[in-house]
Every structure is written in structure tokens, then in C-alpha cells.
Design a protein around this ligand. Structure first.
Ligand code: RI2
Length: 320
């Protein structure tokens, strides 16, 4: 698929889910590298950079998107010719697609260990990483039931219901505001992530922090399933994750809103769950407490504070 078509689909959320968005962007970059006609390396790079910028600008919150795009673009760094650059983008892109799929599989295996026979699990939104844990536990023979939320306003809960129903897992469908009502009967909450910050806070679909709060109050284990490329390197520098605000029309029909002139409708689609409410983050490298988020950013994404200082030529003395 071409870059612009992919970008439009991501914006409209026809392609959605932090992992899927990253993979679609990488596929678009690989395809762009294949079709870009450039006489020399600088113009090839420029064409690729424009494509990367268009993809990254689609949605601001899921850090999987800039992380994956950065990884693929960095493959061109020491290419000497257009052919070489094209080849490297292709190789790196394909490697990312393979490792991203493997990561979900591995997260499923690791996360499933945290689901016991007889458990009732609650999930919010539609996360392939979180579902991988639930599906693996079910495949391994654990008898489980799942509560899945509706997820206003996008109703991504329906996507989750289809996956669970296809797998034959007994499932309960509830509106988002019913979470606390049921929480005492829930053994595990498992959700995905769009971003994990250096201090272990988790950015995920709006409502996740309320689910976490209810889980915390009920002493229910709260697990996040997130590939390492969802960890946000730039939060080391104190950068905040931008919370996407979508069209208010997704929340209240424009005709209805027009009759309510004094009312402003808000539609933030993500929220931040503090690390204190997160028991475990399951990555493909293993399950970690949120306090170890920096290690993932440093050891698996290759970004440390020193790296930032070099890359952005920050003078250490200015930082103190
Ligand atoms: P996986 C989604 O965002 C949800 O917030 C979900 O929990 C998260 O991405 C991670 O999804 P959106 O695109 O990568 O629906 O685990 O706004 O599939």
C-alpha cells in the first residue's frame, strides 16, 4: 500500500492498534523505497524522509509508530548508493515485521503464565498483545472467562468479542462504566499499551486508568502487555506523550451537539495509568515491573541519556 493511502487509513483508524499501525507504516516505507525514483542518494533520502514524516504525523500517541519508522530509516544511514539504501530499508523493514509478529507470540507465552486455571480476566479495548496472553492461556487448557468492555466511543470492544468468541472463550460484554461494579470478581486485568514512559507509566485507550484504579482498590493484579518498541525513549528527556484528541462527532452526533450551543464535547482517546497501579509489564524480553522501563529503553531500544546527548549535541553541563 502507498504511503498516503496507509497514512489516511491510520488517521481514520481503519488501521488501528499500536502494533498494527507500526507494521503498516513499515510496510508502506518498504513499498515506498521500492517505487521511489531518485537519481542520487540525497534525493532518495529526502523522498524517504517525507514519507516517514507523513506516516509519523498520522496519530500522535502510539510511540510504536515513530519507533518503528526510526528503526527502518536508520538502516539507510551508512548506505553508499541508492540501491544499497533501498536494499537496507527492505531488509530492516522485513526484519521488523518478523520480529514484531514474534514479539506478540512471545508475549502471549509469557503473559499466559500469569493466568491461572479458573481465572476471570478483564480486558479493555482491543490489544493483540493482551489477547495473545488470553488466547495462549486458553490454548494451553486453562479454563478462563473474560470480561470485555465496550470502549466508547470507538467500540473496539466488539473486535475483542469476535476474537474471544471465535476462540470459544466464555465472554461477558460490559459498558465501560460497569468495570468497578464487577471488579471484585476479576482475578486479572490485562491490557495493551500505546506507550510506556521511562517512569513506567502506561498510556493506553481512554478509560484504562479508571480500570487500573478499580483494580488497585480491589487488589486485582493489573498486567500490561507491550512489545519493547512501545517504550518511549524521548520520555528520558522529560518529553510527555501527546494524548490524541479526536473529532467530538465520534462522541456526540453533530446534529445533537448543534442543539447544545453551550456544551463543549471532549474526545481524548488515551489516558495515562501511573506506574503505581501497574503490577507487571509483559514484554517479549520477559515480564518486568514498571520501575524497570528505563532498562528496556536503554538495552533494547538502544537509547540512553548519553545517546541523546550525543545525537542532539546536548551539553551535559546544561542539564544539571
Ligand atoms: P496492540 C490501541 O489503540 C489500544 O489502545 C490498544 O490497547 C493499543 O492500541 C495496543 O494495541 P487504538 O489504535 O498493539 O485503538 O496490543 O487507538 O494491538
Amino acid at each position: 500500500m502507498h504511503v498516503t493511502e496507509t497514512a489516511e487509513k491510520i488517521k481514520r483508524m481503519e488501521i488501528r492498534g499500536a502494533g498494527r499501525i507500526a507494521r503498516a507504516a513499515v510496510e508502506a516505507l518498504v513499498s515506498q523505497a521500492g517505487i521511489l525514483t531518485a537519481r542520487d542518494l540525497p534525493s532518495f533520502r529526502k523522498g524517504m524522509e517525507e514519507a516517514a514524516a507523513e506516516l509519523v504525523a498520522t496519530r500522535p500517541t502510539a510511540v510504536s509508530l515513530p519507533n518503528a519508522v526510526h528503526l527502518v530509516m536508520a538502516a539507510m544511514e551508512d548506505a553508499g548508493t541508492v540501491t544499497e539504501a533501498r536494499e537496507r530499508v527492505k531488509e530492516r523493514g522485513e526484519a521488523f515485521l518478523r520480529s514484531s509478529a514474534e514479539a506478540v507470540h512471545r508475549i502471549g507465552e509469557i503473559g499466559a503464565h500469569h493466568i491461572r486455571d479458573g481465572d476471570t480476566v478483564l480486558t479493555h479495548c482491543n490489544s493483540e498483545a493482551a489477547l495473545a496472553c488470553i488466547l495462549t492461556a486458553h490454548r494451553e487448557g486453562r479454563e478462563i472467562e473474560v470480561f470485555a468492555t465496550e470502549v466508547r466511543p470507538g467500540n473496539q470492544g466488539l473486535l475483542t468479542l469476535r476474537v474471544l468468541s471465535d476462540a470459544g472463550i466464555p465472554t461477558h460484554y460490559i459498558v465501560d462504566s460497569a468495570v468497578r461494579h464487577y471488579m471484585n470478581g476479576i482475578d486479572r486485568v490485562i491490557v495493551g499499551a500505546d506507550a510506556v514512559t521511562v517512569n513506567g507509566a502506561v498510556v493506553n485507550k481512554i478509560g484504562t486508568s479508571q480500570v487500573a484504579l478499580a483494580a488497585h482498590e480491589a487488589r486485582t493484579t493489573f498486567i500490561v502487555a507491550a512489545e519493547t518498541y512501545k517504550f518511549a525513549p524521548r520520555t528520558i528527556l522529560g518529553e510527555l506523550i501527546e494524548i490524541e484528541e479526536r473529532d467530538p462527532a465520534e462522541v456526540l452526533a453533530p446534529a445533537e451537539a448543534a442543539r447544545l450551543p453551550g456544551v463543549r464535547v471532549h474526545n481524548p482517546v488515551f489516558d495515562v495509568t501511573p506506574a503505581a497501579y501497574v503490577d507487571l509489564i509483559v514484554t517479549e524480553e520477559g515480564a518486568i515491573p514498571p520501575a524497570l522501563a528505563y532498562l528496556i529503553i536503554r538495552d533494547h531500544l538502544g537509547w540512553s541519556l548519553g545517546e541523546f546527548h550525543k545525537t542532539f549535541q546536548i551539553d551535559h553541563r546544561d542539564q544539571v
